[in-house]
Design a binder for this molecule. Structure first.
Ligand SMILES: C[S@@+](CC[C@H](N)C(=O)[O-])C[C@H]1O[C@@H](n2cnc3c(N)ncnc32)[C@H](O)[C@@H]1O
Length: 350
């Protein structure tokens, strides 16, 4: 059984990704400082040991006891985002990651055999990235780096992210690849599993809802290489809870502002913009809006965004979590499908 530690665990995207694969695993600790995220995590995984702690606050002794086989981590991305100040290692939000790289990994006797890291695209130009590679090389980890987005796999959502998978070798590796791969193979099994989770729904009754914008932006919304056949890319429709949803419709004032700056798609779209943590708060660049069959404009619901991230169907947000909080947590989270594919590739080669 694989002993996994989930660092910066948020709402458990990495946990869901492990679940999505056929790997036999146990989460021995999920660590995050955000009590709201931890509440959502714990309500979905009541048996997982969620720790409301800073990574820096965990003793080396505790790490030795955990004796983890794999570290799964999504360190905070704000120090590296284009919208942020890009303070990189000078941003205190990298402290947990730096602690892992400079103190824990070098000193730990029971080093994890595997590491998977997710972050924003742009991370690959940072000093934090260099620190990661230097640390992995110093401790004989072989690694591969990727820039991947769910839309490449036919999932109608753009979320270009940097990923690194690493495996410790017995002997030093003399060559390390600096290339960052933009395609990956060995995903067909998980794609078929995904289609069972989100089967094709009939669009025939909804032909009139076709909206020009769906196609135009289909052609220019991403530059990543599509890895599935055109007929394998999935309609937004298959991820919806229902087409209409009055509770999520924009009011007059929001419409006035939103219509000009927002990307709007229908159930016929095979794409959507990346949903950020500011979805529902600001319009521009935070995610797509949805045009219903009755021509109403609404937000995607948190559950629909969770679906687009390929979270399990039974994943829930507890009642006390507000919609805004759910958007924010989902915006920080990850594509369960893409991480699942990376995990399968990591273990395939083991
Ligand atoms: C990019 S999010 C990770 C999201 C997660 N992968 C998910 O699926 O929801 C980064 C997380 O790191 C947490 N965090 C930031 N600094 C931390 C620290 N020093 N120790 C522990 N958690 C920290 C934040 O609260 C946030 O939930």
């Amino acid at each position: 059984m694989l002993r996994a530690v989930e660092l910066f665990s948020g709402i458990g995207g990495m946990h869901c990704a492990l679940d999505f694969t056929d790997l036999i695993y146990e989460i021995i600790a999920a660590i995050d400082i955000n009590p709201t995220a931890n509440l959502v995590y714990a309500s979905n995984f009541p048996n997982a040991p969620v720790m409301n702690r800073t990574i820096e606050g965990i003793s080396l002794n505790q790490w030795e006891k955990w004796n983890a086989d794999i570290w799964l981590m999504s360190p905070p991305c704000q120090p590296f985002t284009r919208q942020g100040k890009q303070e990189d290692l000078n941003d205190r939000r990298t402290d947990g990651f730096v602690h892992l790289m400079k103190i824990i990994l070098p000193q730990l006797k029971a080093k994890p055999k595997y590491i998977l890291l997710e972050n924003v695209s742009g991370f690959e130009y940072s000093q934090a990235h260099q620190l990661l590679l230097d640390t992995l090389q110093a401790h004989n980890y072989y690694y591969e780096q990727y820039l991947l987005s769910p839309i490449q796999f036919g999932i109608p959502n753009s979320r270009l992210r940097f990923y690194l998978i690493a495996k410790q070798q017995e002997k030093p590796t003399d060559t390390y690849s600096s290339s960052i791969l933009t395609r990956i193979s060995n995903f067909e099994r998980l794609y078929n599993k995904l289609r069972q989770q989100f089967p094709s729904k009939d669009l025939s009754l909804e032909e009139n809802s076709f909206y020009e914008n769906d196609q135009i932006t289909d052609r220019c919304s991403h530059s990543s290489e599509i890895l599935v056949q055109p007929d394998q890319s999935i309609y937004i429709n298959d991820f919806l809870i229902s087409n209409e949803n009055q509770d999520f419709e924009l009011n007059e004032k929001q419409l006035e502002r939103g219509l000009h700056v927002c990307d709007i798609i229908t159930c016929h779209a095979k794409r959507s913009f990346c949903f950020t943590k500011s979805y529902g708060k600001y319009f521009e660049g935070t995610g797509s809006l949805f045009r219903t069959l009755s021509n109403r404009i609404r937000y995607f619901t948190p559950k629909e965004i969770a679906n687009l991230h390929c979270f399990p169907l039974n994943y829930q947000f507890p009642e006390q979590i507000t919609t805004r909080q759910a958007y924010s947590l989902l915006g920080n989270s990850l594509s369960v499908f893409v991480v699942g594919v990376l995990l399968e590739n990591l273990f395939e080669r083991s």
